[in-house]
Write a protein that binds this ligand. Structure first.
Ligand SMILES: [Zn+2]
Length: 343
């Protein structure tokens, strides 16, 4: 089954003229290191000659896809992941290789063709998880860098160390606030708190909403978890929500917004007698921790409420049984939240 991806003008080798060719993608199998892997393959089609062909550049891309499929199968970093780790430290391919004490072209090879062996893979994973290790490596291989560049990289790494440890501490604060909800229960929608999911959900809601403010985000979170609970008897994120005058708000919501700063920007907007916090998504959207069903529910919530402001949603929420049957500051149980009206 091939899918037509696009049509492009191309210097066609089949009929030797520049014309519109069709670009297709299909699933295929390749033999890598003695193992058959399934992966995506791209090919071109010339409608004039009725011939399929693969330009050299695309052929390389297909090979990369095959090797990455193999890497995923055996739990190694893909070429893209390697590139992302390197970019996280702001390094060129040669610099990243030198930082790790490897030959100049090692990283370039890993990003383009060669599959890294396990020792090299482990080292890159460690450097990704712990910038402190990157710092140790930099100090060990300092002679590979000129002084100016050394200082730049040193600074970049120490920034990352600070950022990571701050995030770690904030996460600990959030987990401490949820210590009474460590087990699946009616308070957390039978789901333990999962901060990766919280981040991905906030990011997605921010990404897909046309205008999103902090107060509205809290309500969208509650409706997302509640609707998912209604459908599947469990919530998405494991957040625990309290009944507050303006609506449902998750416990530790300020800290939760803090750790989302990799995904969203919060702008303060000043009005006569209040400040509004507008939320904008940044970076390419990351949905890695969410299932198809979860994303479908998020889409339903966005569709239902996108055109409504915080006040309108608040009024709507006040009519829910979950809200009528709880009082100020009380935790809203999911047995009630799951009874929200159908959209
Ligand atoms: Zn042609």
């Amino acid at each position: 089954m091939a899918n037509l991806v696009k049509k492009i003008n191309f210097n066609c080798p089949e009929c030797d003229q520049n014309h519109e060719v069709e670009v297709y993608e299909q699933k295929t199998q390749s033999l890598i290191e003695g193992t058959i892997v399934e992966h995506k393959e791209t090919y071109y089609y010339c409608p004039i000659e009725d011939e399929e062909f693969i330009p050299a550049k695309v052929m390389n891309q297909n090979l990369l896809e095959a090797r990455d499929a193999y890497r995923i199968n055996i739990g190694r970093l893909t070429s893209t992941e390697i590139r992302n780790i390197r970019k996280m430290y702001g390094l060129s391919q040669k610099e990243f290789a030198n930082l790790l004490g490897w030959g100049d072209v090692t990283v370039q090879r890993y990003e383009s063709k060669t599959i890294q062996d396990e020792t090299y893979d482990q080292k890159m994973k460690l450097v990704f998880e712990n910038p402190q290790i990157a710092l140790t490596e930099l100090e060990k291989h300092a002679q590979k860098f000129d002084t100016e560049r050394y200082l730049e990289i040193y600074q970049k790494i120490t920034q990352l160390i600070k950022k990571k440890s701050l995030k770690y501490h904030k996460e600990q604060i959030i987990y401490a606030s949820y210590v009474d909800f460590n087990k699946p229960s009616d308070s957390n929608g039978q789901t333990r708190l999962n901060l990766d999911k919280v981040n991905n959900v906030i990011h997605y809601l921010a990404h897909c909403s046309s205008r999103l403010y902090k107060v509205k985000l809290m309500k969208l979170l509650w409706y997302s978890d509640s609707l998912f609970y209604k459908r599947f008897d469990k919530s998405i994120t494991g957040l625990v929500y309290k009944h507050l005058p303006l609506g449902a708000v998750p416990i530790a919501h300020e800290d939760i917004l803090d750790i989302s700063s990799d995904y969203i920007n919060i702008h303060e907007e000043f009005y006569e007698d209040y400040i509004a916090y507008r939320i904008e998504s940044k970076n390419p959207i990351d949905l890695s921790s969410l299932s198809r069903q979860e994303i479908d529910v998020l889409n339903e919530v966005i569709q239902k409420f996108d055109k409504l402001g915080s006040k309108k949603i608040s009024e709507y929420m006040h009519e829910e049984e979950a809200y009528l049957k709880t009082h100020d500051n009380q935790i809203i149980p999911f047995s009630l939240a799951g009874k929200i009206r159908e959209f």
